[in-house]
Every structure is written in structure tokens, then in C-alpha cells.
Design a protein around this ligand. Sequence first.
Ligand SMILES: [Zn+2]
Length: 239
Amino acid sequence: MLEKLEKVDILAFGAHPDDVEIGAGGFLAKEAALGYKVGIVDLTRGEMGTRGTPEVRAVEADSAAQILGASWRINLGLPDGLLIADHESVMKAARVIRTVKPSIIITPYWDDRHPDHVSASRLVTEAHFKSGLKKLEPEIDSFRPKTILYYFLNRMDDYSFIVDVSDYYSKKQEAVQAHFSQFGNNGLKPLAVLGVKVPLQFIESRDRLWGAQIGKAYGEAFLVRNPVPIDDPMKIWGA
Ligand SMILES: [Zn+2]
């Protein structure tokens, strides 16, 4: 399966099939529109979710990936609700990284109320490191992406920078709502997602706040562990 995957510039990991849309859908839609190749890896099928079968969620995930302009989306089929960063799970992610050689990886921020988001963060951080170890599974060439950007799901915490996603915000909203089993009302009581009963309002309010902090309509915040190199501060803050 891996050999068929096209090389990408940005590789987005989520624990569940709607995570990357919630945390970084605007960023991914923007980069894809700018001509960068985007791949999405869902670690689990979300089979422990209150609503939506794995089959339904797979169809929703494919449709969301198309809306964002991603080149492809795969699911590693790791156990939802029991996600852990054991060696085999880490290597599953590392093999994808080595095969598609992204410059940037994105993954959930390490502090979150959902244990799967915490595990996904750790698992992908370890996969990023191990994919660069030459002597580990040498049958696939080692490769380490330049950086990991951590995106936010439940928590709003200190961030390193905010990306202006205003022009791509409708795409993000469309992609989030493509996960109809999670966000549609289905004539049922609203489902608590991200621990809140009004998840769409939560996501939009948060992204508006981040946008306002950089003087734009909508923003998405990211955290990086390494310093961010800036070539010319005048390009950002100059007149
Ligand atoms: Zn999730």
C-alpha cells in the first residue's frame, strides 16, 4: 500500500478521522491551494465514537480530504480509545513518513483532554525521530522531516505562530461538516465533540479569536518545539 503513496510536502496526522479538519483544516486547504501536496493519515477509524460506523466515517473522511484539496488520505487502523505509542504503532507512522518524505508534519498538541490525542502526539513525535534512524528497518531509506507543527483540539494553549486562514475558512467549515455523523444534527440531540455541546461554535469562535490576534478574520495556531527561523522581520512587521 505504501509504495503507491505520492510524495507530499505536508503530512497531517490525526488520532480520529475529523481531527486534522478541526485543528488545521484552514491551513491544509490554504497550502493545497498554494500548490503544495498534502497527505492525511488518520491513526484510527474512530470506531469508539458515539455515532458513526467506521464505514460511514471513512466515506466522510474521503469527502473532507477532497474539499481540502489533499492528494490522498489513508487510515492506519490503530485501535481507537486504546491508542498507544508502542514500537509497532510508531513504526507504522514512521514507514509512511519515510515513503512520502514530507518537509512538515502536523500532529495534535501533546496536552489534551482526550487520551488518544495525547497518544497521537507522542506517537507521531517518536515516528518523526525514528524515521531518521538509518539502522532501524533499513529496507526503507531513512528520512526525517524538518519540523513538526502541533495543532490544537480541545486546548487553547501557548502557540508559536498563527496562520491567516481567512480566505480558506469556508473550505475548513465545509470539510468539518463533511463529518456529518459527528457534526450533523441527524434529528438527534447535538453530540458533544471536543467535550462541548456546541462544537462548531467552539471551533469557529476559537479560530476567530486567533484571527483577531493577528488582525485577520480567521487564524489557526500552531506550536513548534524548535525556534522559528525568520529571514526578514521587516517582511512581517515592516510598513
Ligand atoms: Zn479526535
